[in-house]
Design a protein around this ligand. Structure first.
Ligand SMILES: *Cc1c(COP(=O)(O)O)cnc(C)c1O
Length: 394
């Protein structure tokens, strides 16, 4: 059970870099670096079914994750979340195979735990001094928790108006919380400067190669949970894009290994009306996005006005015949009630947004009710109690 990581690779020009030192973005093109694995060797040496008997955790896929030394793994039980087959929503929508991947059950209540566990573990293996994390929301709480668990100092940088829940979970785990005037990009600039000064590892979304690897495990899990089959469509609330990019990469790796066959699922990005740079770029046929001015939405995970890895998100959507659409905050909040009332799953507004997207795409006949569809509830509604008025809605 050891990693088959072979090197890092620039996602633009393909130049390779050794993984024995921590690098953030690619020095050649200043773009995203991907972790690459020796898949030929892995395919020869490991049987996919041997992974299934291991404990339910994302680390059951250790061969396809970037950490060599099992002793370096910083874990709080991330991953191994249920893929819940919808009964009541499926019936209401006339669907036969609708699933909800409930990532709200992760440590710190969101799927951010997966990416942060992977990145913090790799950084521990390579012996860092500490971590910096710019975040508009849930990534802060995850970084603080895994920072605490690792015993390394963690400095979090958040916009002043970041949600209370995220500020508190950062403080309670003993991280230094720096409130920054401005938006996430301003927080990012400060985090990078401090990281440079102190020799800390900066955990900014896709400005290091390992968080996407952790999130890739969501894709590995759903195919395993579906009996080594890919669904027809994946609906994903998209902010920085780590999840979509990671899963698209993960399915490619499984296809190359011969562990699954067929076509990748259509990747469908759902964004908020008040911050939809990927939708605009997709509709325009562009390969990258433009800054979305005055970004606002109550779904904090979606308030990413200019994703660094926009080109990779757009590639995953287009290459799989997917699409991108935006929904309003109102619709998301209604769908929080709807998902909780129908299935007993209390979703984050981001997760609820996928249900709104699904209904629109069924109406538009972009999706067929007979297709198998996975909605990603990326976080727990318990972190967003202020959005719930207490009134029952029908
Ligand atoms: C961060 C976040 C997102 C967006 O995730 P990406 O993979 O970066 O696009 C969605 N939902 C929640 C709850 C989040 O915290």
């Amino acid at each position: 059970m050891t990693s088959y990581l072979s090197h890092l690779e620039c996602t633009v020009c393909g130049k390779g870099y050794p993984h024995e030192q921590l690098i953030g973005i690619s020095p050649c093109c200043e773009k995203v670096l991907f972790a690459r694995y020796d898949l030929a060797k892995l395919g020869r040496e490991v049987d996919r079914d041997s992974l299934v008997s291991r404990p339910e955790s994302m680390w059951r896929y250790a061969e396809l994750l970037p950490v060599d030394d099992p002793g370096a793994i910083v874990t709080l039980g991330e991953g191994g979340t249920p893929l819940i087959k919808s009964i009541n929503l499926a019936e209401k929508l006339g669907m036969s195979s609708l699933y909800i991947k409930d990532e709200g059950l992760n440590p710190t209540g969101t799927f951010k735990a997966r990416g942060i566990s992977a990145a913090v573990s790799k950084a521990m293996e390579l012996k860092v001094n500490g971590f910096t994390m710019p975040s508009a929301g849930n990534a802060a709480g995850a970084a603080a928790a895994y920072g605490a668990r690792s015993g390394m100092e963690t400095k979090v940088f958040m916009p002043q108006d970041a949600p209370d829940a995220n500020k508190k979970e950062t403080l309670v785990a003993g991280s230094e919380l720096n409130l920054v005037k401005g938006l996430i990009n301003d927080a990012g600039r400060e985090a990078v400067a401090v990281a440079k000064e102190l020799g800390f590892f900066d955990l900014s979304t896709l400005k290091e190669p390992y968080r996407a690897e952790g999130k890739k495990s969501m894709g590995l899990e759903i195919v395993q949970q579906l009996g080594w089959k890919m669904p027809d469509a994946v609906i994903y609330p998209t902010g920085g894009g780590t999840g979509i990019i990671g899963m698209y990469k993960g399915f490619k790796e499984l296809l190359e290994l011969g562990w699954i066959e067929g076509k990748q699922p259509k990747f469908i990005s759902v964004q908020a009306d008040g911050c939809q740079p990927i939708v605009r770029a997709f509709d325009a046929g562009a390969d990258s996005s433009e800054m979305w001015e005055n970004a606002t939405t109550k779904a904090d995970g979606l308030r990413v006005p200019h994703p660094f890895a926009d080109y990779l998100i757009l590639e995953a959507i287009r290459a799989t015949g997917g699409t991108a659409l935006a929904v309003s905050d109102e619709e998301m909040i209604d769908a929080m009630y709807e998902m909780a009332t129908a299935e007993g799953i209390f979703p984050a507004p981001e997760g609820a947004a996928t249900l709104v997207g699904l209904k629109k795409l069924l109406d538009q006949k972009f999706l067929d009710p007979n297709e198998s569809v996975v909605l990603f509830n990326t976080g727990s509604g318990y972190k967003y109690l202020d959005l719930i008025s207490g009134q029952k809605r029908s």
